[in-house]
Design a protein around this ligand. Structure first.
Ligand code: Z5A
Length: 221
């Protein structure tokens, strides 16, 4: 990572286990003393968290797909400049729970706004900053939903969408992963520990520095 940090993104449908894996990854790096920063999208900055509230919790507002896309990108423009770029400049591992692939899958494809236009607008928002590696945690919609419902929390505005919408998101992720070598699919159907083991192996082989250094023991069950 030659002093310029490393940008990792975790993606997937709801309930795939992204946040759990982000936390386990952060714990592993903490134990190994690897400097890193963990954040989520939309969010990660004060303005991003305020936009997140509008996007996900304001069920009384009608948000048309175009507005949804532009709000996601408004949050991202702050996130890249105030969080991602500074972390990379400090030489840290930047871990983001969701980033641009969510926008391509949810707004570009599932909402039907078009992938090329979405990519173009995203390029403006990010100023051309892209992840070094994106891990897409893949589970069926049923598995994701049942994991999520076991949490017992209220669904957010986007989670209220039907299964056809989420199937379209999942298929979009699978297609995008096939097309881009910087996107890797992770079978996320195993236990939290098993999936974390896959993540460790993948990161060690893709980025010996700093992940070989974070060798540690294999995760315990
Ligand atoms: N969105 C968008 O449309 N466009 C964009 O550009 C961006 C986002 C950036 C953000 O929600 C919403 O915004 C999201 C996409 C949209 N909407 N949807 N749907 P989010 O990321 O905060 O919410 P989410 O994806 O719905 O998160 P989630 O339900 O928290 O999913 P998760 O992070 O993948 O799962 P988790 O929290 O790690 O785990 C969920 C439960 O499963 C929990 O009880 C865990 O203990 C359990 N779990 C986790 N892993 C396992 C395994 N391996 N086995 C068994 N149980 C497990």
């Amino acid at each position: 990572m030659s002093g310029q940090g490393l940008f990792l993104v975790l993606e997937g449908v709801e309930g795939a286990g992204k946040s759990t894996q982000a936390r386990l990854l952060s714990q592993w790096l903490n134990e190994a003393g690897v400097p890193h920063h963990l954040a989520r999208e939309p969010g990660g900055t004060p303005v991003g968290e305020a936009i997140r509230e509008v996007l996900l919790e304001s069920r009384h507002l009608e948000i048309v797909p175009e507005a949804e896309l532009l709000l996601m990108l408004a949050a991202r423009s702050a996130f890249v400049r105030q969080v991602v770029n500074p972390a990379l400049a400090r030489g840290e591992v930047m871990i983001s729970d969701r980033f641009e692939l969510s926008t391509f899958a949810y707004q570009g494809i599932a909402r039907g706004l078009g992938l090329s236009r979405t990519r173009e607008l995203n390029e403006f928002a990010t100023g051309g900053v892209h992840p070094d590696l994106t891990l897409v945690f893949d589970v069926s919609i049923e598995v994701g939903r049942s994991r999520q419902s076991s949490e017992g929390r209220r669904k957010d505005r986007i989670e209220e969408e039907n299964d056809a919408f989420f199937e379209s998101v999942r298929q979009a992720y699978l297609t995008l992963a096939r097309e881009d070598p910087a996107v890797q699919l992770v079978d996320a159907t195993g236990s939290e520990t098993e999936v974390h083991g896959i993540v460790r192996r993948l990161l060690k082989s893709s980025f010996p520095e700093p992940f070989e250094r974070a060798r540690g023991s294999e995760p315990s069950p």
